[in-house]
Ligand binder design. Structure first.
Ligand SMILES: Nc1ncnc2c1ncn2[C@@H]1O[C@H](COP(=O)(O)OP(=O)(O)OP(=O)(O)O)[C@@H](O)[C@H]1O
Ligand SMILES: [Mg+2]
Length: 230
């Protein structure tokens, strides 16, 4: 499903290149739920953005369903992202002047799906995430946890092969965080959605079945959660 091979990345600041990821290798199978852990600056967001095709690696490859995404043109990649990849942001990134339902429908608008089908899919997913009663409200009328549920529904509406989440509970209180983790685990279990979740929160790591840990841009741990290393 996802293969990361010898992936390295450096950011160029003028002439200097700062290495941020060093020769990362791992595979993720369909239906896995993986927590990506590491201290601030260890390269988690960089790795996630590379896997989601939001930027290109300096060297190495990323295969999603057998397609090497680093080799795609910008247009091919945009199209591939729309049909294969879901993304959940810490800050939700909802469009304020669209209703909750319209926000969830938006990825389907770009795929030219017919209005009735879009609407049905959005309402069905919003019901699954517990917001069946809130479909015609605006994002500002919802709590942070509810807004994150909307963004989770939006990430799933195109039936992506894999969903990436960058600190999806980072803006939430502990109780709401737990509810969102419960929801992600349930979606992973019932719909078989493959999730890669970047997190600082040990609670997320404890409850994912697999944890990949980065330190200073290197993969230092990959397996079942066994507590923090080093
Ligand atoms: N666009 C950029 N240009 C230059 N350096 C960058 C850029 N983005 C990230 N970096 C550097 O890359 C390193 C890794 O950053 P990254 O955002 O991947 O860390 P992170 O593990 O997600 O941290 P956090 O937990 O704080 O979100 C950091 O040293 C950061 O300063
Ligand atoms: Mg980050």
């Amino acid at each position: 499903m996802l293969a990361v091979n010898q992936l390295s990345h450096s950011f160029k600041n003028g002439v200097e290149a700062t290495p941020v990821l060093n020769e990362i290798d791992f595979h993720i199978a369909k239906g896995e739920m993986v927590a990506l852990l590491g201290s601030s600056g260890s390269g988690k967001s960089t790795l996630l953005n590379l896997m989601a095709g939001l930027m290109k690696p300096t060297t190495g490859s990323i295969l999603i369903d057998g397609s090497p995404i680093e080799k795609m043109s910008e247009n091919q990649l945009a199209e591939f992202r729309r049909s294969h990849i879901g993304f959940i942001f810490q800050s939700y990134e909802l469009i304020p002047h669209l209703t909750v339902r319209e926000n969830v429908e938006l990825p389907l608008v770009f795929q030219a799906v017919k209005p009735k089908e879009r609407r049905d899919k959005a309402v069905s997913l919003l019901t699954k995430v517990g917001l069946g009663e809130k479909t015609e409200m605006f994002p500002s009328q919802l709590s942070g946890g509810q807004q994150q549920r909307v963004s989770i529904a939006r990430s799933l509406v195109t039936e992506p092969a894999i969903v990436f989440a960058d600190e999806p509970t980072g803006n939430l209180d502990t109780k709401t965080e737990k509810e969102i983790i419960d929801l992600l685990i349930e979606l992973n279990g019932t719909l078989g959605i493959t999730f890669v979740i970047v997190t600082h929160e040990l609670e997320v790591a404890r409850r994912a079945r697999r944890v990949i840990q980065l330190r200073d841009g290197r993969l230092v741990e990959d397996g079942a959660w066994a507590g923090e290393t080093g």
